[in-house]
Design a protein around this ligand. Sequence first.
Ligand SMILES: Nc1ncnc2c1ncn2[C@@H]1O[C@H](COP(=O)(O)OP(=O)(O)OP(=O)(O)O)[C@@H](O)[C@H]1O
Length: 562
Amino acid sequence: MKATPCTTARRQAELHNRRGALRRILSVWRPFYGRLGFGLLLSALALLSSLALMWNAGLGVSALAVGTALALGVLRLFAGARIVLRYAERLFAHDAMFRALAALRVWFFTHLARGAAAGLGFRRAGDLMNRLVGDIELLDNLYLRIAVPVLGILVSLPVLALVAGRQDWHLGVLLAGLFLIAAVLVPLLAAQRAAKRSGEMRHAESSLRVAALDLATGLREARAFSGEDRLAERIIREEARLHDAQRAQQRAMAGAGAFSYLSGQMALAVILLALAGIAGLGVSFLSGVALVFLTGTVFESVATLARTSVLAGQVSQAAQRVVAIADQEKPAATGCLAPEGGDIVLRDVHFRWGGSRAAVLDGLSMTIHAGEHVALIGPSGAGKSSLAALLLKVAAPESGQILFGGHTLDTLDTESLRSRIGWLSQATHLFADTIRNNLLLGRENVDDARLWDALERAEIAEAVQALPDGLDSWVGESGTRLSGGQGRRIALARTLLQDAQVVVLDEPATGLDSATERAFLETLGRTMKGRTVILIAHRLTGVEKLDHAWRLEGGKAHPLPL
Ligand SMILES: Nc1ncnc2c1ncn2[C@@H]1O[C@H](COP(=O)(O)OP(=O)(O)OP(=O)(O)O)[C@@H](O)[C@H]1O
């Protein structure tokens, strides 16, 4: 297909994005440059001693053949150096890479937590798993399976060209040319062929993970509705798609491996021709045999380069997907810290999730004064949670203004804004940890009295006291050791503990029985006095003590009489 100016521009933009993503990943690894560089140096030295060993072994064998003495000392020296350097290289390079990967995971989590505010705007857990597990693991190849082999080419090529060139420069050029074909041209062509299938493969991998996760998390429902077979079929279908894509890729790599092998054999044939004095090439017997040993070793390492090249394409795509998370968080235009509290004003706000989707907010205006307790009521899908996402800067409006304490949100530092706004999402998550750690979520210097106070306000203190380990009770994976309502109240206590001046509670009564719900809503007015409370709900119970309420409908806020 002929490249049009448009496709060329698109390819260039894609290349630019990939390079940008790789640079970003490399910048996360900056603290480890010293270790990673040292690992590369050891790898180059280990390869050099390997080549020296093979060259000298070749010389030794040919010396034996003509009945002269074998220089065992040199052989022992290079053999010993090769073992020690290989061991040291494995130790240092892998250690450096594990450290770098750990830093990358922490970096990814930090950006994920900030950018996606624990779930809002990032709904596909399977996709997230894919990025977290598959993509980050792929990035581990960047060093061990890409940088190290590329360095190998850079070391081997001049050694081969110089050593052969010293015998006969024609021989040097021929061997270097064959090496370049096997180590660069063939792997690049293989990568180009595989790249066509690579996107398909990643997509199939992601879909398979989503399908498997769906079945694992929804097994109870699947059983209850006898839907296991249908869900399992979906997994089998996705697996077959992945298998097809993998097979096509393996075929491309096997073909490339065969071509590389052929190039190596041709290089050996060229040396044999030179030894026989055919084709105008000349080499002495001693050096010719040594060159066979050296060339054999150099071309052996080339066999895996097709895989390296294919991996390079996958790694750059993985880098793009991982970095895309960090880019979800748009840094504030200024570093202006959010005020402690203040009025929240929305003026003619228009918003949609993604360009092609329907508008969620369509000219919404409302003012919530500091310290007021208000409610946003509306049917499912009206945009209540989307409004919370806008306040937390998880998403940005298309047009219109949102002000907090007189500042538009886009001028406020995101992190400081989120520390001022406590938020209880609709789908809260409890971590597989103790109740205490679930309440603290990494915060320090919070005494037990404050934890109990928050639990009290969330109407769950009594139940926690009744547990044998109290605050140190283990909640299980996703809070499975607690009932749904108990888990929800622990999450509520976590929000109340934040001591933010503004609290957004998205359906706080989900999972609570009606008596507990009423008790919570009644005490909310008292315990949150002086703070702004935005209550998001489908309906009002009548016990809430509110200053204002709005009904969200048609993308606008309509005041409700209280
Ligand atoms: N993270 C998201 N990504 C894409 N679309 C979203 C996202 N969150 C919400 N939407 C879409 O925006 C619209 C409004 O959803 P939102 O969750 O804000 O409604 P809601 O009023 O809170 O509904 P409910 O009462 O059911 O929670 C829906 O059409 C929904 O599909």
